[in-house]
Design a protein around this ligand. Structure first.
Ligand SMILES: Nc1nc2c(c(=O)[nH]1)N[C@H]1C(S)=C(S)[C@@H](COP(=O)(O)O)O[C@H]1N2
Ligand SMILES: [Mo]
Length: 554
């Protein structure tokens, strides 16, 4: 009597009786489980999306994954989770959830408790992840998880029942529908199953998308707040009025060479690196930051308090320790904010304090020696970037900017606290994940033009790029370029606002037909030329000379 069609979508050709005695194919059970998992995820997104604080269950699971995986894949973790790979992580979590759901569905044919038990475990995982996530509220996550588990279990139960009986609710009353003695038309029940499964799947897609949209819609909150903010005029003039155009504002290069990075990088082109799966959307009206720890007078500042204090504007080149030789995880901007020294002086740093820790609203932390500030380098609690309030991606409403230190030890975005402690007492986020405790920036240079593999016409051509060794006593004093095995030629240098920024460089070269290789090396203000020794990015920044190959045709 086994006439259930097995022509499509069924992986197990022998249908098994459910506890009610009816036949559900493995394929149908897997589809039921996957759809149920989708409904559960969607319900979780909707509940957190429409009532929450900007973090979803899936988002929290993703964040927990990033924090956990960071240790194992420390070598690449910082760059893996840069902007482009975050959607991939979310998609991965959804796919894995659907696969687990499919497995739960097929296991539920024999043991109906497995479905709800599996969903409950998933719900607990969501609650656990949320409890570790500073951006999410655990109370809401418990409610969202509970509703998601209920919705998932109910969907699975309902779909298996339709698969078995052809009805969700029997015409003659629910009690009779589960009776094994009720004959069903297998074709009708198959049609009914796919009807219900399709409807539930459509609900999951629509609701899940709406929930995720609503979460993302929160980004306009920050955009609206930014539009209202009037930054005070800085007390200093970082850029003399007579300075060249490249220094006056973002988007202009020191040399008219196509493809050369602008001296001041526009905020929307500035590299972004952080562990945040969902960008923190900080409410500037309720935000505050503390100065705490080993200080005589701990205090707390609102955003208005910060804006009321004297503001400095400084050009500082920020770079990421994960920047490979020739990489793009480096940028120069005009940062405006309250000097960190002003805040520390007000707090009264105790003599035993040897480390400054920066904490973020999302739980991320940095730490660097108090001694780093002894040389007069720029250190800001920045509220502005290139003359506008910080964009959400770059730390709105306030972040740390410390010249000469890689971002992972210094540049806390979405700042919530500055804490004075000792070097022994605390390690920032990346330190237990295998990165060096201290992160001074290494001297580096990069070729922007020509591009790798470019094909250029013979004749005079520009070779150009950027070089940096940011720090009050460093900066770039010389850049040299070598084509093939020729002489090292000194490049022309663009001006710099200070030694804390990069410099653009350029050489003219008479291109002759053939395949060529160009390499670059920089010398910093201490007279030291960057080493040609190749070192990987971990644990404290890459070294080596950037090389590019290109072709010249007659
Ligand atoms: N809250 C928070 N701040 C952070 C990070 C982070 O993961 N979370 N990453 C740091 C790292 S590794 C770098 S290189 C800089 C990058 O700053 P940007 O994204 O504005 O370029 O931010 C730093 N600040
Ligand atoms: Mo970084």
């Amino acid at each position: 009597m086994s006439t259930v069609p097995t022509d499509s979508l069924t992986t197990d050709p022998s249908p098994r009786p459910t506890p009610s005695g009816h036949l559900v194919t493995a394929g149908q059970a897997q589809i039921a489980g996957a759809v149920a998992a989708g409904v559960a995820l969607a319900v979780g997104e909707v509940v957190t999306g429409f009532s929450g604080d900007g973090q979803s269950l899936v988002g929290s699971v993703g964040s927990a994954f990033i924090d956990q995986a960071g240790g194992d894949v420390a070598r690449t973790a910082i760059s893996i989770f840069s902007t482009g790979d975050k959607p991939a992580l979310i998609v991965g979590i959804v796919i894995i959830s659907l696969l687990v759901g499919a497995w739960l569905g097929s296991a539920s044919r024999r043991r109906p408790w497995i479905g709800p038990a599996g969903f409950a475990l998933f719900g607990l995982l969501g609650v656990w992840a949320t409890s570790r996530d500073d951006l999410a509220s655990t109370g809401l996550a418990v409610v969202a998880s509970a509703l998601a588990v209920l919705a998932g279990s109910a969907t699975l139960w309902g779909l298996l029942r339709v698969a078995a009986t052809g009805h969700l609710v029997a015409a003659t009353g629910p009690a009779r529908a589960v009776r094994p003695d009720r004959p069903t038309d297998p074709h009708a029940s198959r049609r009914a199953f796919f009807g219900y499964a399709g409807a539930a799947g459509a609900f999951a897609v629509v609701a899940g998308t709406a929930g995720a949209r609503s979460l993302r819609g929160r980004s306009t909150v920050v955009d609206d707040a930014r539009a209202q903010i009037q930054l005070p005029a800085p007390t200093n003039q970082a850029v003399p009025a007579s300075a060249p155009a490249a220094m006056q504002g973002p988007g202009v290069a020191s040399f008219p060479v196509d493809g050369l990075t602008p001296y001041i990088v526009p905020a929307d082109q500035f590299y972004r690196i952080d562990t945040a799966l969902t960008v923190p959307q900080v409410n500037v009206d309720t935000w505050s930051m503390k100065v705490s720890g080993m200080v005589d007078n701990p205090f707390e500042l609102s955003f208005a308090d910060l804006l009321a204090m004297p503001q400095a504007q400084e050009a500082v080149t920020l770079s990421c320790v994960s920047n490979e030789v020739g990489g793009t995880l480096v940028g120069n901007a005009l940062w405006q904010g309250v000097p960190l020294r002003t805040l520390l002086a007000r707090a009264g740093v105790q003599s035993g304090a040897t480390q400054i820790v920066g904490k973020s609203v999302d739980g991320f932390t940095v730490g660097f020696p108090t001694a780093a500030l002894d040389d007069g380098r720029t250190a800001l609690v920045a509220v502005g970037m290139n003359g506008a309030p910080l964009p959400a991606l770059h730390g709105f409403p306030a972040r740390l900017v410390i010249a000469g230190l890689y971002g992972y030890v210094s540049a806390t975005k979405w700042l919530s606290e500055i804490r004075l402690t000792t070097l022994e007492d605390f390690d920032g986020y990346w330190i237990p994940r295998g990165w060096s405790k201290e992160g001074p920036v290494k001297t580096q240079s990069r070729i922007d033009v020509p591009k790798s593999g470019a094909n250029v016409a013979a004749g005079p051509m520009a070779i150009a790029g950027v070089a940096w060794a940011p720090g009050p006593t460093r900066g770039i004093t010389k850049v040299e370029v070598q084509v093939d095995d020729g002489e090292w030629v000194e490049a022309k240098l663009g001006d710099a606002i200070s030694d804390e920024t990069w410099r653009e460089w350029m050489v003219q070269w008479d291109a002759v037909p053939g395949t060529h290789q160009v390499q670059v090396r920089a010398t910093d203000g201490t007279g030291e030329t960057q080493t040609s020794d190749k070192a990987p990015v971990d644990p404290d920044g890459a070294t080596g000379w950037h090389t590019r190959r290109f072709k010249v045709t007659a």
